[in-house]
Design a protein around this ligand. Structure first.
Ligand SMILES: O=C(NO)[C@]12CC[C@H](CC1)C2
Ligand SMILES: [Zn+2]
Length: 311
C-alpha cells in the first residue's frame, strides 16, 4: 500500500527553512517518516551514557515543527538515507531498510553526537564549542556512516582500524554535505566563523597528521582514532582533488569516483582489524574493480597513499 505523503516544515538550527516527511495520528503530527522509516525523539536531557534513552516521539499540533534540533535531525537523516540509496543503492545503514531513530537534546550541553550501536544521539552543545550538533549535515552523515561501517567492515574503534573507521565517516560526511572538505563547520565554535573541527584537505590545520610517519601512537582517544584519521582523510582528498605532498604529485579523479572507491573498499574488502596498509590495498583493488587495472584511477590511489606515507 502506498503510504500517503505528508510534508512538515520548520526552521533548522541555522534558521533555515526545511521540509520533511511526517505522519499524522489522531489530531497530532509526528516526526515519523513512514516511507524511509526515520523517526525523531526528544531525549529530554537524559545522560548520554544512560543505558536506555527513552524518548518522546517529537509531535506538533500543526505540520510546522518549532524545535530546530528536531527539524535538522529529521531532515538530515532523510538526506543521508537518500544519499546512500541514490548513490550506492543501499537501503538504510544495514542495507535491510532498518529504521533510523534519532534522539535530540541528549545530555546537558553535550558537545558531541554518536551512533550508539542502534540509534543516533545528538547533544545540544554548550553554545561555545558547539551549537546543537544536529545542525550539521556532515555530522549526521558522519554518524550514520559509523552505522554503515558497523554493518559492513565493522572496523574496530581503536588504533589504526579505528582511525579508518573515523576516516570513512569523515569521507562520507563531506561527500554528502557540500563541496567543502571540512567537518563540523556548521556547528563548531559559533563565535569563530570560518573554522572547523577537522579539515581533510589540510589535517594539520586542526592538529591531525597528514603523513603516516607522523602518526600518533599513544593511548588517548582510543589510540588516536580522531587524530590519525587525518592521514587517510588526506589520501582521500588527494585522490579526489589531486595535489602534491612529500614530493609526490597526485592527479585527482573527482569526488564521485573517490566515494565509489571508498564505499566499495568499506563494503567488500576492509575487515574489523584492517590497518592503514590494508586500506591502501583495498582502495587499489576497488579502483581496479571499478575502473581497470591500468586506469588513471588506480594510479591516483597509489600516488595518494605514497604521498601520505602508507606504502
Ligand atoms: O568525530 C566525531 N565522532 O566520532 C564527532 C565529534 C564532533 C562531531 C560529532 C561527533 C564529529
Ligand atoms: Zn566519528
Amino acid at each position: 500500500n502506498i503510504l500517503q505523503e505528508l510534508t512538515g516544515n520548520g526552521k533548522g538550527v541555522k534558521g533555515d527553512e526545511k521540509k520533511f516527511e511526517i505522519s499524522k495520528e489522531g489530531n497530532l503530527y509526528y516526526l515519523n517518516d513512514k516511507i524511509r522509516k526515520i523517526s525523531t525523539y526528544d531525549a529530554q536531557n537524559q545522560h548520554e551514557n544512560s543505558p536506555i534513552i527513552s524518548g518522546k516521539l517529537v509531535s506538533s499540533k500543526t505540520t510546522t515543527f518549532s524545535d530546530p534540533s528536531s527539524v535538522d535531525a529529521h531532515a538530515y537523516a532523510e538526506r543521508t538515507y537518500d544519499f546512500y540509496k541514490k548513490t550506492f543503492n543501499r537501503d538504510s545503514y544495514d542495507a535491510k531498510s532498518s529504521p533510523i531513530k534519532s534522539y535530540i537534546h541528549v545530555g546537558e550541553k553535550w558537545n558531541n553526537a554518536a551512533w550508539d550501536g542502534e540509534k543516533m544521539l545528538y547533544g545540544d552543545g554548550d553554545g561555545k564549542t558547539f551549537i546543537s550538533l544536529a545542525g550539521a549535515l556532515d555530522v549526521i552523515a558522519h554518524e550514520l556512516t559509523h552505522a554503515v561501517t558497523q554493518f559492513t567492515a565493522n572496523l574496530q574503534y581503536r588504533d589504526e582500524p579505528g582511525a579508518l573507521n573515523e576516516s570513512m565517516s569523515d569521507i562520507m560526511g563531506v561527500m554528502i554535505d557540500d563541496n567543502d572538505w571540512l567537518i563540523g563547520e556548521d556547528v563548531y565554535t559559533p563565535n569563530k566563523p570560518g573554522d572547523a573541527l577537522r579539515s581533510m584537505s589540510n589535517p594539520k590545520k586542526y592538529n591531525q597528521p597528514d603523513h603516516y610517519d607522523d602518526r600518533y601512537t599513544g593511548y588517548q582517544d582510543n589510540g588516536g582514532v580522531h587524530i590519525n584519521s587525518g592521514i587517510n582523510n588526506k589520501a582521500a582528498y588527494l585522490i579526489a582533488a589531486g595535489g602534491k605532498q612529500s614530493s609526490v604529485t597526485v592527479d585527482g579523479i573527482g569526488r564521485v569516483k573517490t566515494r565509489a572507491i571508498y564505499y566499495r573498499a568499506l563494503t567488500e574488502y576492509l575487515t574489523a582489524t584492517s590497518q592503514f596498509i590494508d586500506m591502501r590495498d583495498a582502495a587499489i583493488q576497488s579502483a581496479k574493480d571499478l575502473y581497470g587495472a591500468n586506469s588513471k584511477e588506480v594510479k591516483a590511489v597509489k600516488q595518494a597513499y605514497d604521498a601520505v606515507g602508507v606504502v
